[in-house]
Write a protein that binds this ligand. Structure first.
Ligand code: MTE
Ligand code: HPA
Ligand code: MOS
Length: 784
């Protein structure tokens, strides 16, 4: 279609360089006009059937009777139903576990959470499939369930062994410290709430092959798992994802739950099968962010400097491992946040419960670890009667003759420390000092409304903690009309990865970004790709694309040299073509055509592996991350103590994205991350009933932030930095880190509650800080 006039300004200019420019998202026009094709929009083939899942009605039980407890005959008698499959129908491996293969996609016997899929019902229409699945009755015996972290701690119910990180002698430091505080806090679960729900469309092809269109952050995982389930070779399964309407970690591993069932049904029926979960099923079936219980015991001096810290983290993992290993590792690797902790002992328990198996969510454990240490900082400040910013500052990493003061608890030297600069910048931009006084004056003058202010910093490590995942491939094809198709292993979920890659490829080849098409992710084009996760989508796939382009330039240069009358070394790529030192110019279309005519290969793969990293995942020691991202935010809230309602009055943030390849997209990631972090800590709440049923399984009961929650004063600043590591354009990742800017909203609310009773009594507020919790905390404080 032709873009409307009003959208023309979004379209890229003819010539570059494009890196550093606010090139519009490659799908902006299509998103706005509604023409962007998501998985469910793909025109369906004739004969397509529709699937729905029968799920467990209990948190823990044992299926009894034939067919894995499923009355297949009764289901087949339902209107429009064509087939019913259970675990017994899977020809190969029954698994959707992304790391450890402990997670059957259809329950073979032991029911482990309410919502666990047991059978796939296939029908002529989606409504028939859903209707039949809803009516299904399973035969089972119910068993006692472990639902909460406390029950799991009591029963020592672990999904995998606990891990410990130790530095110095925490016990001795605690015993000797002039001040000591202990307490407990928690963070809640969080639903990813991608706007496009989970969906897969599996299409059988000739000779036993299978194509799966799916909304997935990790098509290669879906490919491998389908091959294992159906006894196929990986080469015979193609998984394609053009884009997702959001993933946020919820489609890193959990897309498999749906792609596996669709693939099974399509393979056995030799018919195309679509499985699109309705929102309630989606929320009941899939995993969320791990909630954590955090117990701390901290010793500190008069200035608030932490001398010794003993922490216990316990997270609710659900029945299977999923990503709980690396998520909990990342929590332990982020309990320092921006602070030098000389003596620390942290243990992380991974609790096995009969609830949805917790999975990846933006930040991947990092936010929970940082919440722990920020709580500690806040408590110390209240205890000493200091401004929390002063205590935070007293504890920052810093350069000194002793390298330890810039070394993390896992032994990694921080080479790119700018945390103090980022804090100073946001402190000034937000006018923190003056506003602290204004807030105090407001609170002195108001009884039933209180204001709160907080500045929180962040440092977030970039790399998959599983070192082997830090690799990527790309395939760049130049056509003889000078247009270019870039394929890479990453996926587009709205974060702008494909736009950034198009900018990079255009600049690497010196052409207009409008010549470049970044194609749908396709597992048969670029093999063995890692999930697009850990914020490293551009770092990894961008570097692989750059590698392919470098090789193509080398091959094109001699062709250009001959046409321009110079040497290959003298050829300059740029301006949508090539030029010689004497000003001769050849446009890229002609160059590509000449290269083709001269039989020069115009297709090239690229590969990248992150250098320098490597650590011991069992001891959690060593160089876990290639580099760090930094940020800091100041939030001010106003709390109504009669209703518990509150408003965010103003938020200021300074965030380090290195050298931004696309400031508009990066700003979008920062705004979205902040708001999503605020949602996690203040309004999004997952509640289960006493038997383990998730009660908050739709937008009517689960509240995410909306446009009206955005403050009128919302100031996002990009820190003027560049990555000291040679990432493409010296960028830093922007996907996950800004979520942790949202911590400032929680601590501003805690500050407001604290104003109810000035002094050193601790503020008993845990996350999410819903109106109910805010009121209860204020009440408890008044009575204390
Ligand atoms: N932004 C949008 N719009 N939609 C998403 O689903 N996911 C986040 C982040 N930003 C997400 C997003 C998460 S969890 C990650 S890991 C990164 O994007 C992944 O993409 P990247 O590595 O290309 O930044
Ligand atoms: N981050 C995000 N996703 C992951 C990671 C990680 O560190 N490891 C495995 N999957
Ligand atoms: Mo993001 S949680 O690493 O998908």
């Amino acid at each position: 279609m032709n873009a409307p006039e009003s959208l023309k300004s979004l379209l890229p200019a003819a010539t570059g360089p494009f890196s550093g420019k606010e090139v519009a998202h490659e799908s902006a026009v299509l998103h706005v006009s509604g023409e962007a094709t998501f998985t469910d929009d793909i025109p369906e083939l004739r004969g397509t059937l529709y699937a729905a899942l029968v799920t467990s009605p209990v948190a823990h039980g044992q299926l009894t009777g034939p067919h894995n407890g499923v009355d297949k005959a009764a289901l087949l008698a339902e209107h429009g139903v064509v087939a019913v499959f259970t675990a017994e129908d899977i020809p190969g491996e029954n698994n959707c576990g992304p790391i450890v293969h402990d997670d059957p996609f259809l329950c073979p016997g032991e029911l482990n959470y309410l919502g666990q899929p047991v059978a796939v019902v296939v029908a002529r229409e989606m409504v028939y499939a859903r209707e039949a699945a809803r009516k299904a009755r399973l035969s089972f015996e119910e068993l006692p369930a472990i639902l909460t972290i406390e029950q799991a701690l009591e029963a020592q119910s672990w999904v995998m062994p606990s891990k410990t990180v130790v530095r110095g002698d925490a016990a001795a430091a605690l015993a000797a410290a002039p001040h000591r505080l202990s307490g407990s806090t928690r963070t809640g679960q969080q639903e990813q709430f991608y706007l496009e729900g989970q969906v897969s469309y599996a299409v059988p092809r000739e000779d036993g092959q299978l194509t799966i269109y799916t909304s997935s952050q990790h098509p290669e995982g879906n490919q491998k798992e389908a091959a294992a389930a159906l006894n196929l070779q990986t080469k015979d399964v193609e998984v394609i994802c053009r884009r997702m309407g959001g993933g946020f970690g919820g489609k890193e591993g959990n897309a498999s739950i749906f792609s596996q069932s669709a693939a099974l049904a399509a393979f056995l029926l030799k018919k195309p099968v679509k499985l699109r979960a309705c929102r309630d099923d989606d929320m009941l079936i899939t995993g969320k962010r791990h909630d954590f219980r955090i117990d701390y015991d901290v010793g500190f001096d008069d200035t608030g400097r932490v001398l010794g810290l003993d922490l216990m983290l316990a997270s609710r993992c659900g029945p299977t491992m999923d990503y709980s290993g690396p998520v909990n590792d990342r929590a332990l690797l982020h309990i320092d946040n921006t602070y030098y902790l000389p003596n620390v002992h942290v243990v992380g328990h991974r609790c096995r419960t009969h609830t949805q198996s917790s999975t990846a969510f933006r930040g991947f454990g990092g936010p929970q670890g940082m919440f722990a240490i920020e709580t500690v900082m806040d408590e110390i400040a209240r205890h000493l009667g200091k401004d929390p910013l002063e205590v935070r500052r007293a504890n920052l990493y810093h350069a000194s003759p002793d390298p330890a003061t810039l070394t993390t608890q896992y032994g990694q030297l921080i080479e790119d420390w700018v945390g103090d600069q980022v804090i100073a910048e946001v402190e000034a931009k937000a006018d923190y000092v003056a506003r602290r006084a204004e807030v105090a004056a407001f609170n002195a003058a108001h009884k039933t409304t209180k204001r709160g202010l907080a500045l929180t910093p962040l440092k977030f490590g970039i790399s998959f903690t599983a070192t082997l995942l830090n690799q990527a491939g790309a395939l760049v094809n130049i056509f003889n009309d000078g247009s270019v198709a870039v394929n890479h292993g990453g996926t587009e979920m709205g974060q702008g990865l494909n736009t950034k890659i198009a900018q990079l490829a255009a600049d690497e080849l010196g052409i207009s970004v409008s010549r470049v098409r970044v194609t749908a992710t396709d597992t048969l084009k670029v093999p063995n790709a890692s999930a697009t996760a850990a914020s490293s989508g551009f770092d990894l796939n961008g570097a692989a694309t750059r590698h392919a382009c470098e090789q193509l330039r080398e091959r094109l240069a001699p062709v250009a040299a001959e046409a321009l009358g110079c040497t290959a070394e003298q050829v300059v790529f740029g301006g949508d073509g090539v030029s010689s030192p004497t000003g001769q110019f050849l446009d890229f279309k002609t160059l590509a055509n000449k290269a083709w005519a001269a039989r020069v290969g115009l297709s090239q793969t690229g590969f990248y592996r992150t250098p320098e990293i490597g650590y011991d995942p069992m001891k959690l020691q060593g160089r876990a991350f290639y580099y760090y991202c930094y940020g800091a935010a100041v939030s001010e809230v106003e709390l109504d103590l009669l209703t518990g309602e509150w408003r965010l009055l103003r938020a200021d943030m300074v965030h380090d994205v290195g050298r931004s390849i696309n400031p508009a997209i990066d700003r979008g990631q920062i705004e979205g991350g902040f708001v999503q972090g605020m949602g996690w800590l203040t309004m999004e709440e997952c509640l289960w009933d006493a038997r383990g049923k998730l009660l908050t399984h739709g937008p009517s009961t689960y509240k995410i932030p909306v446009a009206s929650d955005i403050p009128e004063q919302f100031h996002v600043h990009l820190f003027d930095g560049r990555n000291i590591k040679p990432t493409p354009f010296n960028i830093k990742a922007t996907g996950e880190p800004p979520l942790m800017l949202g911590l400032s909203v929680f601590f501003a609310l805690k500050d407001a509650v604290g104003a109810v009773r000035p002094g050193s009594t601790p503020v008993p507020l845990v996350s999410p800080a819903t109106p109910e919790r805010l009121l209860l905390a204020a009440q408890a404080l008044r009575r204390a």
